[in-house]
Write a protein that binds this ligand. Structure first.
Ligand SMILES: Cc1cc2nc3c(=O)[nH]c(=O)nc-3n(C[C@H](O)[C@H](O)[C@H](O)COP(=O)(O)OP(=O)(O)OC[C@H]3O[C@@H](n4cnc5c(N)ncnc54)[C@H](O)[C@@H]3O)c2cc1C
Length: 532
């Protein structure tokens, strides 16, 4: 039972059960009833709230759309919903840059920038609802990150409110890291301990900070544990003129070991994988695909001319002729849209599965050096087979990064023990292969307890020092990135016998959001629905 909340002068603090219930879940696996919910309407209100929390020692859970997978936007403190009150944009087309408030989604940036021939290159599949604050806090990425990296590279500056309630701006190149300084020995430790993967969102990016000296690199990917992000200045790039692509089907995913490095050397803008489990779902949804495929790669090439885009597709097909059993090419944007329809059918099909095969994001975000991807997938499949938990594997093969949704029968006794064993085996496998447990979703509360296993105790100590330097009272998203002593990654699940009870209509509304990826829905609407 949570301690009662101290009296708050903040006018928009909702403590009624229905409001709290509407924020008990995000994407991912957890259901945790918060103590209260606040929806600040701008910087001043948020400062007011943070100062009250600092004085009273009340934990705050920053939140955008709630689409994060690692449980960073749910918790027992006060949920602070920034998806509503920070919706402004201020483009600077001459500089190819755009300031946006924390609530502005990737899709909204795209709509504003497209008429000017510009875009924000990293393209999370959740772009319709993921907020600027959430993307920066998780260092989000997407299919196109194989060429353009994660959002870190595209953040010019941010505005933050710290744990003391002070607002300030942090810019790329400011190098104002005086709150937290790494000694030469600590830099060496970081260089030795951080994984050499193409992507990582596994806690504080001390490796990037050691290179740049930029405070911005400490804050990007800090998952709401160091500061609130209230605004972001995005750097934009011109939209490439032409695009072409190819779908390549494989009889065995072992062939990825050869195919993926070959494709990455051709400088693609996306190399996405769907495994046989997802391909079966796609067929059930009416997608036309040949039988007998173990996996499909969807590959996109952006170039400055149509001839160059088509030429490189030809090279890809020719170079992989010996290992592919299915090839379908697309020579323009319309054709490519048709090819990618397969990818779009997959996620909703997963979200709609019944309790006898519920899709749960437990292993979910591992990333390994490119040359180890084949081994990672084979090892995962073997572990899943041992634990008798079906899995669907998909995602950003070109970055050595795949999502693994477990599909346990949640009506079968012992299913959570099997999941826990699979989580443990998959972590051991990732570490053995030099990988990271999070390529883009963050550590959240799901993976917080893996920090020490991944980086070792000295780096965990550095993480704790950094946290103290920014948030001495520990009010910002406690138990995220840095684990509590009671870390239990499979407690507080949103399915199963121990699930926290919620009003029926709100539980159904939250499930519907998950089934339809309706994360843009203002969550208080769920709480108010019964009043109307
Ligand atoms: C269908 C689906 C597809 C997805 N595809 C991708 C993908 O392709 N790539 C990818 O990277 N992710 C993907 N995700 C995960 C998720 O969308 C991203 O992590 C996204 O960046 C989260 O944004 P959000 O606004 O929902 O943040 P939330 O989920 O609300 O929060 C995520 C984390 O950020 C913190 N946070 C949020 N806002 C702020 C703020 N203003 N200040 C400080 N901290 C804050 C929270 O405390 C939490 O720790 C997907 C999720 C879904 C459901």
């Amino acid at each position: 039972m949570a301690a009662p909340l101290p009296p708050s002068p903040f006018p928009g603090l909702f403590t009624d059960l229905r409001s709290r219930a509407a924020y008990a879940e995000g994407a991912g696996i957890y259901r945790i009833l918060p103590a209260a919910v606040a929806v600040p309407r701008g910087v001043e209100e948020l400062q007011h709230l943070v100062r009250w929390a600092a004085e009273t020692g009340t934990p705050l859970v920053p939140r955008g759309a709630g689409s994060g997978m690692a449980g960073g936007s749910v918790g027992r403190g006060v949920i602070v919903d920034l998806s509503q009150g920070f919706r402004w944009t201020a483009p600077d087309w001459a500089r190819r840059a755009m300031w946006v408030g924390a609530s502005v989604t990737w899709a909204a940036v795209g709509e504003t920038a497209r008429p000017f021939g510009l875009r924000l290159p990293p393209d999370p599949s959740s772009g319709e609802f993921a907020t600027a604050g959430g993307m920066v806090a998780t260092n989000a990425a997407g299919p196109r990150s194989v060429r353009c990296g994660s959002v870190r590279t595209w953040v010019e500056a941010i505005e933050i409110i710290g744990a003391d309630g002070e607002a300030r701006r942090v810019k790329r190149g400011d190098r104002r890291g005086e709150r937290f300084v790494l000694s030469p020995e600590q830099r060496q430790l970081v260089a030795a301990r951080f994984p050499k993967t193409r992507k990582s969102s596994a806690g504080y990016a001390l490796d990037r900070y050691a290179e740049s000296g930029d405070e911005l690199d400490l804050l990007v990917g800090s998952e709401g544990t160091l500061a609130f992000v209230t605004a972001v200045e995005w750097r934009l790039e011109p939209i490439p003129v032409d695009v072409a692509g190819v779908a390549l089907g494989f009889r065995s995913l072992e062939q990825l070991a050869e195919a993926v490095p070959y494709l990455v050397a051709l400088n693609p803008s996306a190399v996405e994988l769907l495994d046989r489990t997802l391909l079966d779902f796609v067929r059930d949804e009416g997608g036309a695909l040949p039988q007998g495929l173990d996996g499909l790669l969807l590959v996109e090439f952006e170039r400055e001319t149509a001839a160059a885009a088509r030429g490189v597709v030809g090279d890809a097909v020719q170079g992989l002729r010996a290992v592919t059993m299915h090839v379908e090419t697309a020579v323009d944007r319309a054709g490519l849209e048709k090819l990618w329809a397969v990818r779009r059918l997959a996620s909703p099909a997963l979200a709609r599965l019944p309790p006898t095969r519920r899709s749960l994001q437990v292993v979910e975000d591992g990333c390994v050096p490119l040359e180890r991807l084949g081994e990672y997938i084979a090892g995962l499949r073997a572990a899943a087979h041992r634990q008798q938990v079906p899995v669907a594997i998909f995602g950003h093969a070109g970055d050595g990064h795949v999502h693994v949704n477990t599909l346990p029968d949640t009506t079968r006794p012992g299913w959570t023990d099997a999941l826990a064993a699979l989580f443990d085996e998959a972590t051991a496998l990732l570490l053995r292969l030099g990988g990271t447990p999070s390529g883009e979703h963050g550590m959240g509360r799901l993976r917080a307890g893996l920090v020490e296993r991944l980086y070792g105790p000295e780096v965990l100590r550095l993480f704790r020092d950094l946290k103290r330097a920014y948030d001495a009272r520990g009010i910002l998203n406690p138990d995220v990135i840095i684990p509590s002593a009671e870390w239990a990654p499979l407690a507080d699940l949103k399915v199963g016998p121990g699930t926290a009870p919620l009003p029926n209509d709100i539980a159904a509304g939250l499930r519907e959001i998950e089934r339809t990826a309706g994360w843009a829905t203002p969550k208080l609407e769920l709480a108010r629905a019964a009043d109307t």
